[in-house]
Ligand binder design. Structure first.
Ligand code: CTP
Length: 402
């Protein structure tokens, strides 16, 4: 999966012949799962039609502050466009637009959007070789980069003028992979490995029966997906769960019992930087699992249970460089119990959810958490979707690592 999947990309098109290549650019972004909106300079419409771009992007395309033909004369809000975008790419970026961007000129919608954008801005220059080499262009390029904008350098080749040299806009495929690599290299968990346990465990009574619980795995899977989106390499050890995850940074390892989860967690623990144990591991398992199906005989049946190994505590006991996070699902004396677990199990943080909070806990799509760190500082969050909760958890961990 691309780092651009699910991202909002604003494509700004200026009036250069390379504008004809932006149709491919839109398609490539869409293929990666990104959402695309297009803003054009009025003159760029001579090179590619807004209709082509709106059809490919499935979004309206704007080039003026309001649409003259629209009888309601609604304002095309550059601030909204700028805030909407996760990334703003200006391609092709002509010498004229680059100069205006460098000097804060604001005489069209694209420039106003650039000035109001808060997201990372990429630009792909495209012009004739002498224009590209000109000192004033060089100055614009330097100035724009000093503002924090990222240049996707022009390449050498045949130019529209018939001359051969530097100034060709990078090819759409190269622009896309440039942005993907750049985005990836700046993600906060780039180069980090994260181990996550999720879901329930099933403890066999006999070949057809087990002791389990209602954990869906949703919380752990959401954390895995969030960590991967933040650039981490994720090892997700999951008990039996219907949850699906498709992310090239996530390696899913399926286990059934607490024993198997213990073995898998210990196998990878030394190699990870962060471990988040969200699984609802069975605390007890049948002492002896019958090898044949147990037949109905007497009026009652006794199954002897023995405690499972506490995976979290065992990882806390051998903790070195890892940032170790546990979960506590409590019904009473919540804070006290969670703090006790944090200290007993040698954790760096514990995520508490109370079953007294409506919408928290198992099998729901929402959760309400309090995160307690090892200095016993606590931070409570509102009831949110598990995806939003996963983001809060990861942001909290990142803030502690840096
Ligand atoms: N956990 C674990 N291995 C176990 C049991 C629990 O790794 N065998 C982990 C869970 O993944 C969770 C944390 O321990 O991160 C808290 O689990 P919980 O069952 O609430 O805590 P216990 O210590 O078992 O205490 P109690 O059941 O008394 O609340």
């Amino acid at each position: 999966m691309s780092v651009l999947s699910g991202k909002k990309i604003l494509l700004g098109i200026t009036a250069g012949i390379a504008a004809y290549k932006t149709a491919s650019l839109v398609r490539l972004f869409i293929k990666l799962g990104a959402e695309v909106k297009v803003v054009m300079t009025p003159a760029s419409k001579d090179f590619i039609t807004p209709l082509t771009l709106s059809t490919l992007s499935k979004n309206p395309v704007h080039s003026t502050f309001y649409d003259k033909e629209d009888e309601n004369e609604l304002w095309n809000n550059h601030v909204d466009l700028g805030l909407w975008a996760d990334y703003f790419l200006i391609a092709p970026a002509t010498a004229n637009t680059l100069s205006k961007m460098a000097n804060g000129t604001c005489n069209n919608l694209l420039l106003a959007t650039y000035l109001s954008a808060k997201c990372p801005v990429y630009f792909a220059p495209a012009m004739d070789l002498d224009m590209y080499k000109h000192n004033s262009t060089k100055q614009s390029l330097d100035k724009l980069q000093s503002f924090g904008n990222v240049m996707i350098p022009a390449t050498s080749g045949e130019l529209a003028s018939g001359l051969v040299g530097e100034g060709r806009m990078a090819e759409p495929e190269d622009i896309v992979s440039f942005i993907e690599k750049d985005v990836l290299s700046k993600l906060p968990l780039k180069g980090k490995k994260v181990l996550i346990t999720a879901g329930p465990t099933y403890e066999a009574i006999d070949p057809v029966r087990f002791i389990g619980n209602h954990s869906s795995g949703k919380m752990g899977f959401a954390i895995a997906n969030t960590a991967a989106n933040l650039g981490a390499e994720v090892i997700l050890i999951s008990g039996p769960s219907h949850q699906k995850i498709q992310h090239s940074f996530v390696d899913r390892i399926d286990v059934v019992s607490a024993n198997q989860m213990y073995a898998a967690a210990h196998k990878y623990y030394n190699s990870v930087d962060i471990a988040i144990l969200s699984a609802a591991v069975a605390d007890y398992a049948p002492k002896n699992s019958a090898s044949q199906k147990i037949k109905k005989k007497d009026a009652s049946l006794e199954i002897q249970l023995a405690p499972t190994k506490d995976i979290l505590a065992s990882l806390g006991a051998i903790k070195k460089h890892q940032y170790l996070v546990g979960f506590a699902l409590e019904t009473n004396n919540e804070l006290e119990n969670a703090k006790g677990k944090l200290q007993r199990k040698n954790l760096d943080a514990i995520v508490l959810n109370s079953l007294q909070d409506k919408g928290a806990g198992f099998a729901t799509d929402t959760n309400k958490i309090t995160i307690i760190d090892k200095d016993l500082k606590q931070k409570s969050f509102e009831l949110k979707s598990k995806v939003a909760v996963a983001k809060d958890i990861m942001n909290e961990i990142i803030s502690k690592l840096s």
